[in-house]
Ligand binder design. Structure first.
Ligand code: 3SL
Length: 243
């Protein structure tokens, strides 16, 4: 079989350089948006609607009063919203069958960039293995899209890109001629045994620690805790289950 392309885009600012209108795009924002999405579906959420702005989220609520609103800006929950972006709040709430409209600083913005021309799925360490298995079965080109922080590179999304590159490489299905994928894998090999320690001086670990939410960091670095794969269909995320 002809090999498939595997690419990694390390920042939203670079997305146009990688967009090919045929790859499945894996949007990743390890801390914390895409981890939160994976765990929300694990807890029984039915749909998530990722929007770019707070106003768009409020518009959804105006016409759908039973929707739950989740919003984060610069790490903090937005006033007046039901939830922020902490995965652990979803663990402790009854979300079965609910629809959540979510807006975050980088994660939902990246989803909305990618969706214009690509099929989009959501990746995080929490669904790493299930996602890799599912991608291999699709036999399509893959673009791992790191949400970063306000268009800047970040370490945690790059570590995830390296982890999934390693799993996809092992399948033998992909050619790995993308320098960003190779660099991500090298970082992953260096940091994999102590991800939290590896992120010690990273900007977002510091940002979240200042907000006293470092327990979320530990949570988001756990691997393969769910088989849910959020996939975007008609602007809404639903979850596939990869057994
Ligand atoms: O930028 C985002 O999408 C968020 O995940 C950032 S935070 O972890 O909620 O601060």
């Amino acid at each position: 079989m002809t090999k498939k392309n595997l690419q990694v885009c390390l920042s939203p600012a670079l997305f146009d350089l990688y967009a090919d209108r045929k790859s499945i795009v894996v949007v990743v924002d390890v801390l914390r948006a895409t981890s939160t999405m994976c765990i929300a579906f694990e807890k029984g959420v039915k749909k998530m609607i990722p929007v770019s702005t707070v106003d768009q989220a409020l518009e959804y609520k105006a016409t759908n009063p039973d929707y739950i609103l989740a919003a984060e800006r610069n790490g903090a929950p937005v006033n007046g919203f039901d939830f922020g972006n902490s995965p652990q709040t979803y663990i402790n709430s009854d979300m079965k069958g609910k629809t959540i409209v979510m807006t975050t600083t980088n994660g939902t913005k990246s989803i909305n960039i990618a969706k214009k021309d690509h099929d989009v799925v959501i990746g995080s360490f929490l669904n790493l293995k299930a996602l890799a298995n599912w991608l291999i079965k699709q036999e399509r080109d893959v673009l791992v899209f790191c949400a970063g922080w306000k268009d800047k590179f970040n370490l945690e999304d790059t570590l995830f890109a390296g982890a999934i590159t390693e799993l996809l490489d092992k399948s033998g299905l992909y050619n790995n001629s993308c320098d960003a994928a190779q660099a991500s894998k090298t970082l992953w090999e260096k940091g994999r045994h102590d991800l939290f320690g590896f992120l010690e001086n990273s900007s977002h670990r510091k940002r979240l620690e200042k907000l006293n939410i470092d327990s979320d960091i530990h949570f988001c670095l756990k691997q393969s805790k769910t088989t849910k794969i959020p996939i975007l269909i008609n602007d809404q995320l639903i979850a596939l289950d990869e057994d």
